[in-house]
Design a protein around this ligand. Structure first.
Ligand SMILES: [Zn+2]
Length: 311
């Protein structure tokens, strides 16, 4: 299985979720073994941020990556798109925030598909989970088991929100470039009282009824931005792919997740690394690079068979 990168450069422009100010991100091809690196504009010039569990600095509202010199917020949907579509190497030139766009990974998927994906003359490297690991905290729970299929990343996700519009939802996904499209379009969601609290702290200024599903105590306030009733669990899987995508290489393992969020996901990723449960392996089997889906995605609707709405 060969490493991949983008065929061409693409740029997405929009507003930052935190600041509400215009920002843009440019994703460029990169040589084999570069990984995914962020090049962040600062007053002192461009600063490089490499991926790794400890590069996650904050998880309130969205995930912020950084080091002593620079930080970049709201990286999770872009990282989910890059990992989900099997991009091993890319340079991400960014400002202090990645644009929130429509609140899903869909615009990044469109950007990657329009740029194209090419193979590189080097075998893919992954971090293989070597033994079962579990983390629990209240109703939050993540466990992972090793899998022997090269590069396989499986997620079984369950949520239980005491809200009539959400309730219990579960979904299993064997994350491949094709199946990633079953979650990539699901928008982020939030509760009105939390949005009001965040706004009072000067956060979420770029959040709107167009880029988030907003709920009050009894209903969805903007149901027109929903694409399926279980968009909530689909977005949670999208976030999980992005949060596990913070590892320096793609992960190989089978994950079960209940009622998690960005902070708990990052705690789990740190635990995997700290406990030495990840082993770098090179996938030498000769396989093609992941295929880019060809049909226009505007008409795409996910099939129902992979979905299980429990509520
Ligand atoms: Zn999200």
């Amino acid at each position: 299985m060969l490493q991949t990168t983008l065929k061409k450069t693409f740029t997405c422009s929009g507003v930052g979720l935190h600041s509400g100010l215009p920002v843009q991100v440019t994703c460029r091809p990169a040589p084999a073994n570069t990984g995914i690196v962020f090049l962040v504009e600062t007053p002192e010039g461009q600063q490089r941020i490499n991926l790794g569990p400890s590069a996650v600095m904050a998880t309130e509202l969205a995930t912020t990556l950084g080091n002593n010199n620079a930080s970049v917020s709201t990286v999770e949907h872009l990282l989910a798109a890059l990992r989900g579509l099997g991009i091993d190497n890319a340079e991400i030139a960014a400002q202090s925030e990645i644009p929130i766009l429509d609140g899903s990974a869909e615009p990044f998927v469109q950007g990657i598909r329009s740029a194209g994906i090419v193979s590189l003359p080097a075998f893919r490297r992954v971090l293989r989970v070597t033994r079962p690991v579990e983390l629990k905290d209240g109703n939050k729970h993540i466990s992972v088991y090793p899998v022997n299929v090269p590069g396989a990343f499986r997620v079984n996700y369950y949520i239980d929100f005491p809200h009539p519009a959400i309730g219990r939802q579960g979904l299993s996904l064997d994350v491949t470039p094709e199946k990633f499209l079953r979650v990539s379009y699901a928008r982020t969601f939030g509760f009105l009282r939390e949005v009001e609290y965040l706004r009072s702290k000067g956060l979420a200024r770029g959040g709107s009824m167009e880029n988030a599903v907003v709920l009050d105590d009894t209903k969805i306030l903007n149901p027109d931005v929903m694409r399926r009733p279980d968009d909530f669990v689909r977005h949670k899987i999208l976030d999980f792919i992005g949060d596990m995508g913070m590892a320096r290489l793609p992960l190989q393992g089978s994950f079960s997740v209940a009622c998690s969020g960005h902070a708990f996901n990052n705690r789990f990723l740190r635990k995997l690394q700290e406990e030495g449960a990840l082993e770098e392996v090179t996938l030498t089997a000769s396989e093609q690079a992941p295929k880019t889906p060809k049909t226009p995605r505007r008409t795409f609707l996910p099939s129902i068979e992979d979905s299980l709405v429990l509520a």
